[in-house]
Design a protein around this ligand. Structure first.
Ligand SMILES: Cc1cc2nc3c(=O)[nH]c(=O)nc-3n(C[C@H](O)[C@H](O)[C@H](O)COP(=O)(O)O)c2cc1C
Length: 499
């Protein structure tokens, strides 16, 4: 059964022993590093999700903070109601490619919308008190990381929903010694538009609005049913509605409610909703340091800011905090599931021999085939697949800096097995491709920045780790490995001794 909201998802985790409540005081102020250290500890120990109930140096102590809910592949799969990561990916892929399975959202009355329990109107906005502020690592700003962001195409009216981070200006440290006025700190937020080329969709909406001379309205729904977050984290083709895709993922429509101050709709069961408008000319703000998903601090970033026009929230709301840092970190797998699903659906449409795509937290792309050696459809089939990844539709495949293609006997989730395939099936000169003009993953600090301030092109490497029949051999040595069924049998036989 679909989750109604984030609370039902958390209750499911708790019932499985995958969520714990923490009453121990933890420091959340700027300059304290306890929460980043906690993130590292949880990520390296496959730790549970947490509800942090006792944060210090925190402006809203009555609002508990959800931490690390998505920190494993299994918990990420649970967002789509299965324990099995492969099943979750196949569900995501199947629904993404079959719009007949999408459900248009349903508009409900505000009386049925818990997100309207408390309404704060424009004249009363004071973000220092009304939004939680907490710091992880050395970031200059406190972040809003649990928000799905709704805008409409100013030309067509088509809705977009994307999961983007927002920075709060309140008590934000200015990276170049400047300052943010108190008025702006209390009334404005900045959003990470324009991140990965060819721009995220809010970036396209904003660029269009500016060109048309129209302000752009925005609504941010924080902590929703996790299927909504998965949909918002997916690069659904421009012009299509992620809420309808989320309806497909959850098997029933998402309930939306009209906003207070803007002509947009948001999930009725969100914990918090922030409404606002990018006025013209669009103002920009310099923010930094900013900890990124590649694992480095950007000294500064320049992002557009909007005026907050209303905030609504549930009674006793929950907040969510995470940090992007050297992987792995909490939402790695949740962000990667849509990347895997998007690429897998594109490759399978064109190349039925593709079985699976696994993207590691450090963004190595591993493509597993259903065929290998003599069953490959043609010589150099592995290289054909490498090029297909870089030429895939969608945002991500083209930015894959390292791609490895393996056969069906190599588990793509097991990096030791992948390394074994590279070590025993690859001749480095003959079986690799260096693509010297790939599209950059813009946060990669090893790629040279262009005049825009971020890299547009990057060198890329593809490794064909398939068996080189017919290219080089007519047969290949048999693998010396135990049958998994025999392994299970012997483990059972010696269970008393081995546990
Ligand atoms: C927690 C989280 C934070 C993210 N932050 C950003 C961000 O700040 N900017 C961005 O462009 N993408 C970000 N992403 C990735 C986007 O959600 C993803 O690329 C999505 O497809 C964007 O939606 P769009 O295709 O409608 O633009 C984030 C993903 C997650 C899971």
């Amino acid at each position: 059964m679909a989750y109604k909201d984030m609370r039902e998802f958390l209750a499911r985790l708790e019932s499985l022993g995958q969520l714990k409540r923490v009453a121990t005081p933890l420091k959340a102020g700027r300059g304290d590093n306890e929460l980043q250290a906690l993130m590292r500890h949880l990520a390296t120990t496959n730790g549970p999700g947490l509800i942090l109930e006792n944060l210090e140096d925190y402006n809203t102590p009555s609002i508990p903070v959800i931490f690390n809910p998505f920190g494993t592949r299994e918990r990420t799969a649970l967002t789509l109601e299965t324990h099995d990561p492969l099943e979750a990916k196949h569900k995501h892929t199947a629904i993404l490619t079959d719009r007949a399975r999408w459900h248009e959202p349903n508009i409900v009355d505000r009386s049925q919308a818990p997100c309207k329990d408390v309404v704060i109107q424009s004249k009363d906005i004071s973000l220092d008190k009304q939004l939680p502020h907490l710091w992880l690592g050395k970031e200059g700003s406190s972040y809003i990381t649990g928000g799905v962001v709704v805008t409409r195409d100013p030309e067509t009216g088509a809705r977009n929903v994307g999961w983007y981070r927002m920075t709060q200006l309140w008590e934000c440290l200015h990276p170049t010694g400047g300052s943010y006025s108190e008025e702006r700190q209390k009334k404005q937020l900045s959003v990470f538009a324009f991140w990965n080329p060819p721009m995220n969709h809010i970036g396209l909406h904003l660029a269009k609005a500016a060109a048309m001379g129209k302000p752009l309205e925005i609504a941010i729904a924080c902590q929703c049913d996790p299927a909504v977050h998965v949909a918002a984290g997916t690069a659904v083709p421009f012009g299509l509605d992620e809420f309808a895709f989320a309806g497909g993922l959850r098997g029933s429509p998402v309930d939306l409610v009209k906003c207070e101050s803007v002509d947009l709709e948001v999930p009725a069961t969100a914990e918090f909703v922030i409404e606002g408008v990018f006025n013209l000319p669009v103002q920009e703000e310099t923010i930094g340091w900013h900890s990124n998903s590649v694992g480095y601090y950007d000294k500064l970033q320049i992002f557009p800011v909007f005026d907050v026009t209303a905030i609504t929230h549930r009674k006793d709301p929950l907040w969510y905090a995470t940090i992007e840092m050297m992987p792995p970190f909490d939402h790695n797998y949740l962000a990667l599931l849509p990347v895997e699903g998007e690429l897998l659906s594109d490759l399978q449409r064109k190349i039925p021999e593709v079985n699976d795509v696994v993207v590691t937290p450090n963004m190595t792309y591993i493509v597993q085939l259903k065929v290998d050696g003599a069953t490959k459809p043609h010589p150099e089939f592995g290289k054909f697949v490498l090029h297909a990844v870089w030429g895939a539709a969608g945002r991500w495949g083209r930015t894959a800096k390292l791609v490895i293609v393996v056969g069906p006997d190599v588990d793509p989730y097991d990096l030791t097995a992948v390394e074994w395939a590279i070590g025993s099936r690859v001749q480095p000169w003959s079986d690799t491709i260096i693509n010297r003009s790939g599209q950059a993953m813009v946060l990669d600090p090893s790629a040279v920045k262009g005049p825009q301030g971020f890299p547009m092109t990057s060198e890329q490497m593809g490794i064909d780790a398939t068996i080189k029949i017919p290219e080089r051999f007519t047969d290949f040595a048999e693998v010396s490995q135990a049958d998994p069924a025999d392994v299970a049998k012997i483990a059972e036989k010696l269970r008393d001794v081995l546990g």
